[in-house]
Design a protein around this ligand. Structure first.
Ligand code: CUA
Length: 376
């Protein structure tokens, strides 16, 4: 029974749903393509949406009309009972079939188009895993959560998974492609202009599925080249005492899961020795982000948090919500993440997924932050 109160609740819920479509800050808006692949999808989905919308409205109106017009009222006789109308049934079925047949032509063409492999200057291996994304480049660069691409050219992706099925999706740059263990799916993304493009794992993959985000950072070709060259280099050596201490803690506590290319240890006399990954440290996670250039990334922990945030000490300029005014290290959140990862994001370290709580002391956290923030 729909009481007035239930009607109000239903109306409010409906209104809320509709108004949610008006959000201006909607970085994963599928209706706002920023590259040719997403544009092609948009060119197809718009007419389909409009046709389906008109059909939907007509059907909805007919249902409402019939329900109101022919409803039972006191004193009404039982209406004439009949078994359908051949002309209407065959007519409607034929029109529906015809619409679907017409839509199938551009849809199939686009599916084949998107499946075509372009000639790419850059190919990125994409590995989904619980609950983050790894991106490896041909020159040895490895990033996590943030895929950096040059503007104005297609970038080829080879997508797979280390554990369960995930789905790679950056709506503004292309459609979805599943990441399936044991298979490699070819895909491509392309951005017209520099900027940050948000994506999301689009296949339910367990506890922190909702926190398995992707940021594509598109850079002008020259900026990209600089980034690309820097990413292939070994990690910077820390220079100050606190960061050196952090490096030692890292080599003792973090190397069971995380790699840093060119990691060294420095003893009390200042002798620098290359750190050797012996494989003896038990891996808590099946794999963890390579942190060689941690501080060059704009996001961390499944792209959940920004590595750099607006400096609270400088006045706010909100003209561009995606750019930080005067970025400073997001120290509070980085410390919180190191202090208690499962408390910050759902993790399952006991099952080999996600980051465990290492019970680091505040001194250790300070030193690690000093070290990590220098890894540009
Ligand atoms: Cu990975 Cu959902």
């Amino acid at each position: 029974m729909m009481t007035p109160r239930r009607w109000r609740t239903a109306a409010l819920a409906g209104l809320g749903t509709v108004l949610a479509g008006c959000a201006s800050n909607a970085p994963q808006d599928t209706w706002a393509p920023e590259g040719p692949n997403a544009q092609d999808i948009d060119n197809l989905q718009r007419p389909v949406f409009y046709i389906a919308g008109v059909v939907g409205l007509l059907v909805f109106a007919a249902v409402v009309y019939s329900v109101l017009k022919f409803r039972d009222r006191p004193g009404r006789a039982m209406p004439h009972q009949s078994h359908g109308n051949k002309v209407i049934e065959i007519g409607l079925a034929s029109v529906s079939a015809l619409i679907l047949a017409v839509l199938a032509v551009p849809t199939t063409a686009l599916v084949l188009d998107l499946a075509e492999k372009p000639d790419c200057n850059y190919t990125v291996q994409v590995v989904g895993q619980q609950w983050w994304w790894e991106f490896s480049y041909d020159n040895g660069a490895v990033t996590a959560n943030e895929i950096v691409i040059p503007t104005g050219e297609p970038v080829c992706l080879r997508i797979t998974s280390r554990d369960v099925i995930h789905s790679f999706w950056i709506p503004k740059l292309n459609g979805k492609k599943d990441a399936v263990p044991g298979r490699i799916h070819d895909w491509k993304i392309e951005a017209d202009k520099p900027g940050d493009y948000w994506g999301q794992c689009a296949e339910f993959c367990g506890l922190s599925h909702a926190n398995m985000r992707i940021r594509a950072r598109a850079l002008a070709p020259a900026d990209f080249e600089a980034w690309y060259a820097n990413e292939a280099s070994d990690a910077l050596q820390p220079t100050d005492a606190l960061a050196l201490q952090g490096q030692t803690i890292f080599s003792q506590q973090c190397t069971g899961c995380h790699f840093i290319d060119g990691l060294t240890t420095t003893d009390a006399e200042g002798t620098v020795t290359p750190f050797e990954y012996t494989g003896e440290n038990p891996l808590v996670a099946g794999a963890a982000p390579n942190l060689t250039h941690f501080a060059a990334r704009s996001v961390f922990a499944g792209a959940t948090w920004e590595t750099y945030i607006d400096d609270p000490a400088t006045p706010e300029d909100d003209s561009d919500p995606y750019t930080d005014d005067d970025p400073v290290l997001n120290r509070t959140q980085l410390e919180a993440w190191l202090r208690d990862p499962p408390g910050e994001l759902p993790q399952a370290p006991n099952e080999g997924r996600g980051m465990p709580n290492l019970n680091l002391s505040e001194e250790q956290i300070d030193a690690l932050v000093a070290y990590l923030s220098g890894l540009k």
